[in-house]
Design a protein around this ligand. Structure first.
Ligand code: ZN
Ligand code: ZN
Length: 1023
């Protein structure tokens, strides 16, 4: 192959991927081999055809549908002829055979040899009843290459049970089981080609949303893929390859406005106006009645499809109106405008030195579409705004932009301190990298705040880290017992370092310190030139410090919401604390307890109490963010729906406000239903999908390659065998590049100067299984079953320890000097699908399709993040769903989002209600009743007295719980009864002076949940 001098790396990557794929397919088919020591039928998984088992043969059942797919005896092409019968065409058959020498053959160690190519053109003319062709011709051809006894034929069936006739052209292996000179009745490297027939394409059925998609399919393969190699020439392929391309984030004839942080900080209105005008023009061009009329005619839309398109157009113009309104607010509302500008300045600072200095258009679009919640918080809280975008598009930065805008707006309008936003991630998905991004953005904002004369006297912008389960300590106690942490506990304080580098200066020299006087676990930056001059960095990683200082943004895991029913100081996350401690750095105070007699959370505090620095009502957060919304499903979704309602209820009671909810999601299907169930608000998604699949105003595919997906339907051998062999071939290729770069570069057409980098970029393969069982089996068999020596395998699953994960990620990011020391294969489960962003992962072998399309999309997005990726999707072809997907594989990849299944979620699970009620009742005591009582209600005795004095009744409490959870409809009578019964028992327990309960959390049974994960993670839940 010719190589251009100065070939760009991306081009070299693309050629290397093509070469890798060619080699893997060759390993599957046997191309290029001359001899084998073992039987080819146990080795090859592509291109082979087993023999047609006759009806009178007893061979474990004739070829039924399923076994036909697992080890097919035919491959074929389904076509729709354009004209009526008779039909004529030329069918070309290509195949080879493998023959075993007799005992005295020339190479007794490698007795199997591969024949020359059989390539026969067979003329076919058929009428309505079809026919079989070429039997004699093919039999003779196999004899001629040295494989006598093999036979095959081209069989054409006419099916007319659809509206139009369809032709099924197949190559069938008709060889006998045994015969003279016949050593293996399989055919290998088979291929079928049809030419000379005029055809019309198939049309995919009309599904909702169909108007967006190209429904034309030129031909269907049977047990294979089909490519159209020239007009009217259809050829089978052993694998189905689909190439995707990186998006370009601007799709307008108008020039892209300058959306740099600097420009938007200085003078936002002109560029924002240009952006909205360009969107307006695009929407008119594609979504106006006239535009839709034209498309309806051209694409043959049915009335239902048109109605669907009209509905979408309404949503698109609503979105345009929201952006216009957002633009008007930035123009006319001084605080909003200034917040937006300061946010841009801050993001500009935090992005410094990272190679980007401007927004993508959709990011600014989202900010404009959502910004109205600052001006009309009550009205806008009725809607959940969700950023929906392909992974890697910059979602996190987008909502960091919104978050900083809100933080500045809060400060400019009198919220001098306290939490602006609580940002939640599903468990295990909040990585340190993600936390760092939050810290960086806030550090940028803090530097900007310091320069604003009117904001200097407000609290510094700060970050809180609030995660459940063994992340960082809940509190630090002077004399630790059991699993408590004290200042001198093992690992303190270094073990709790959360930041990877200083968010102000990027210096990695961070030190951890526990300040006994301030009772604070601190991050310190060692850089003398750091712009942060105030000692400890403004990040709080201990729960109690989060409550004491109420940082501007709290980032954490979703499960932590359960603390609202356990921990009275959680009140700071939904409303006002009690007071402030007079001691410097002690912070806010809460209800008193025996260990904090004045309400200050610092042990043995002697301080007095001061008034809060701002009105109580301003303490409620402005925003709750939810990352990866689509994962809130099944039992987790059900439990969270109750806790979300509880948070809303408490904030409303304490502050009279409701937080705006903003989410990000990878999927759209059933989104509005999910939002309604989870949050009892209306869903709104940004951006609206464009007029055609994969294309909108905000993005369209450009020429740079993203991922090559290769569908494989293994034949005759196990999936594990194919996975081992595929990984083996990939590793063999990279080692060839290592050993003889000159040869490989010539073969693949690569500039040799890229060789070393390619070895790094493609030297680590991922094998992905949906179940732990699959992953472990893959890891094990690779160790024992490969032809390449020294493959280093590591596992990344939910079972892998956090330390180990960090270590593996570190090794992936910064690989060892010598190739042989590196990780060569990562065997991973869905744990990989979130937050693992490693540019060196670029090849993947997928063991069967994941259960959900969302998982498919997210998982495969882990490879090819910067360089072209290669993904082998090994189908478990015996399963109906895998077989269906194989048939539509190109549509599955290119239109993946419409294959995403609706999200199963309900708030009416009675099993879940039994788990959540205790938390609701306990939280109402801690957050509402205790502060209102002006006394300590921490023990059953005190609460009993208060309940008596205040006249609390089970009926009132049950009614309140029912209302909080939105289970007050006539269809919820069973739930209401369940609540009444439980609350009655709770009161009975409360009034039982012989009760063993020491704390209010111990009244009633069960106790409040300690984590939202107390339910079995993804168990299906029903109403
Ligand atoms: Zn620093
Ligand atoms: Zn104090």
């Amino acid at each position: 192959m010719s190589v251009d001098k100065g070939q760009p790396l991306m081009e070299a990557c693309d050629r290397f991927v093509t070469w890798l794929d060619r080699r893997v397919v060759a390993a599957g088919r046997g191309d290029g081999l001359q001899r084998l020591e073992v039987a080819p039928s146990g080795t090859f998984w592509l291109g082979r055809l087993s023999r047609l088992v006759g009806k009178d043969e007893d061979a474990g059942g004739a070829n039924d549908d399923r076994s036909d797919r697992l080890d097919p005896c035919a491959i074929g092409i389904r076509l729709r002829p354009a004209e009526s019968s008779p039909w004529s065409m030329t069918v070309t058959v290509r195949a080879r055979a493998w023959v075993k020498d007799s005992k005295d053959g020339p190479e007794p160690d490698r007795p199997w040899w591969r024949t020359g190519l059989v390539e026969e053109k067979i003329p076919v003319v058929i009428g309505a009843s079809g026919g079989a062709f070429g039997a004699k011709q093919l039999q003779d051809a196999f004899s001629a290459v040295g494989a006598p006894g093999l036979s095959a034929e081209v069989c054409v069936e006419v099916e007319d049970w659809h509206k139009q006739p369809e032709l099924v052209v197949q190559l069938v292996n008709t060889s006998p089981k045994s015969g003279r000179g016949l050593t293996d009745p399989h055919l290998y490297e088979t291929q079928l080609e049809v030419a000379g027939l005029l055809t019309v394409p198939f049309e995919l059925e009309a599904l909702p949303d169909t108007f967006r998609y190209d429904r034309k399919v030129p031909a269907y393969g049977i047990n294979v893929g089909v490519e159209v190699v020239a007009p009217g020439v259809f050829r089978t392929t052993d694998t189905v390859s689909v190439q995707t391309f990186r998006p370009e984030y601007w799709n307008s004839d108008r020039p892209k406005p300058d959306l740099s942080f600097a420009r938007l900080a200085a003078d936002p209105i002109p560029v924002l106006t240009d952006l909205v005008d360009a969107l307006d023009e695009y929407d008119q061009k594609h979504w106006s009645v006239a535009a839709l009329d034209t498309r309806q005619l051209a694409d043959g839309w049915s009335d239902a499809m048109r109605a669907e398109a009209d509905r979408s157009a309404t949503l698109v113009f609503d979105e345009l109106a929201r952006l216009r309104a957002g633009l008007d607010l930035v123009r006319t509302h001084p605080e909003i405008r200034r917040s937006f500008q300061l946010m841009n300045e801050a993001i500009g600072l935090s992005a410094k030195g990272r190679g980007y200095h401007s927004w993508r258009a959709f990011q600014v679009g989202f900010l404009l579409s959502a910004i109205r919640f600052l001006a009309e918080p009550a009205e806008e809280a009725d809607h959940v705004d969700t950023v929906w975008f392909a992974t890697g598009g910059g979602k996190t930065e987008t909502y960091l932009g919104l978050l900083l805008t809100a933080a500045f707006f809060d400060r400019l309008t009198g919220k001098r301190t306290g939490v602006t936003a609580w940002s939640r991630f599903p468990l295990r998905l909040l990585s340190l990298q993600q936390t760092q991004r939050f810290a960086d953005a806030l550090a940028g904002a803090e530097l900007v705040r310091q320069q604003q004369a009117d904001l200097r006297r407000t609290a510094p912008f700060s970050l809180g880290f609030l995660v459940g389960q063994a992340g960082t300590p809940n509190k630090i106690v002077p004399k630790p017992e059991n699993d408590e942490t004290g200042p001198d506990s093992p690992g303190m304080p270094d073990k709790y370092q959360v930041l990877l580098q200083c968010p102000f200066c990027r210096d990695e020299r961070l030190t951890m310190k526990f300040d006994r006087k301030r009772w604070k676990l601190e991050h310190h930056c060692a850089n003398q030139a750091c712009p942060w001059k105030r000692g400890a960095l403004p990040i709080y990683v201990v729960d109690q410090e989060v409550f004491r200082f109420l940082p501007t943004v709290v980032v954490g895991t979703l499960d932590k919401a359960a603390s609202i029913g356990l921990q009275q100081a959680m009140r700071g996350l939904i409303g006002p604390p009690q007071q402030m401690c007079s001691e410097e750095w002690h912070g806010f105070t809460y209800s008193t307890r025996s260990k904090s007699p004045n309400g200050c959370l610092v042990p043995d505090c002697q301080g007095t109490l001061l008034e809060l620095p701002m009105p109580e009502k301003r303490f409620g957060p402005s925003l709750r963010l939810q990352d990866e919304l689509h994962l809130l499903r099944d039992s987790l979704g059900a439990v969270d729906s109750h806790y979300e309602s509880l948070l809303d209820h408490l904030q409303h009671k304490l502050c009279g406000t409701r937080a705006k909810i903003v989410a990000s999601s990878a999927t759209l299907t059933g989104y509005d239903h999910q939002v309604r169930i989870l949050y009892r608000r209306e869903g709104r998604v940004f951006p609206q999908p464009g007029p055609r699949a994969g294309e909108s105003f905000w993005s369209l595919p450009e020429d740079t390659k993203l991922r090559r997906f290769v569908a494989v339907a293994p034949r005759g051998v196990t999936l594990e065998h194919v996975s081992d062999r595929t990984l083996d071939a990939l590793q063999r290729c990279v080692r060839e590049m290592l050993d003889d770069p000159a040869k490989v570069c010539v073969e693949a057409g690569i500039d040799p100067s890229h060789a070393e980098e390619l070895i790094s970029i493609y030297g680590t393969d991922v094998v992905y299984g949906s179940t732990l069982y699959d992953v472990e089996a893959a890891g094990r068999s690779l160790g024992s079953n490969n032809t390449v020596d020294g493959i280093n395998v590591e596992q990344l699953t939910g079972q892998t320890d956090f330390d180990e994960v960090r270590d593996i990620l570190e090794r992936l990011e910064n690989p060892e000097e010598k190739f042989e020391d590196r990780i060569h294969v990562i065997a991973a489960s869905s744990m990989l699908s979130h937050g693992v962003d490693v540019n060196r992962l670029n090849t993947m072998v997928m063991l069967g399709l994941p259960l959900t399309t969302a998982e498919f999309i997210q998982t495969t997005a882990r490879v090819g993040r910067r360089y072209p990726g290669l993904v082998y999707v090994l189908h478990k072809i015996g399963r109906e769903r895998d077989a269906q997907t194989f048939r539509h594989f190109d549509k599955y990849v290119s239109q993946g989002d419409r294959f995403v299944d609706a999200i199963p979620i309900t708030r009416r699970s009675r099993r879940v209600l039994a788990l959540t009620m205790p938390g609701v009742v306990a939280a109402r005591v801690l957050m509402l009743k205790e502060p209102a009582s002006k006394q300590r209600l921490s023990t059953p005795a005190k609460l009993r007295q208060y309940a008596h004095d205040a006249g609390l009744t089970p009926a009132d409490e049950a009614a309140a719980v029912t209302e909080v959870l939105g289970l007050d409809g006539p269809e919820d009578s069973l739930h209401q009864q369940q609540i009444v019964e439980w609350v009655q028992e709770w009161f009975a327990d409360l009034h039982d002076t012989a009760s063993k309960a020491r704390f209010i959390g111990e009244i009633g049974s069960p106790s409040p949940m300690t984590s939202l994960r107390d339910v079995e993670a993804q168990a299906p839940i029903h109403d």
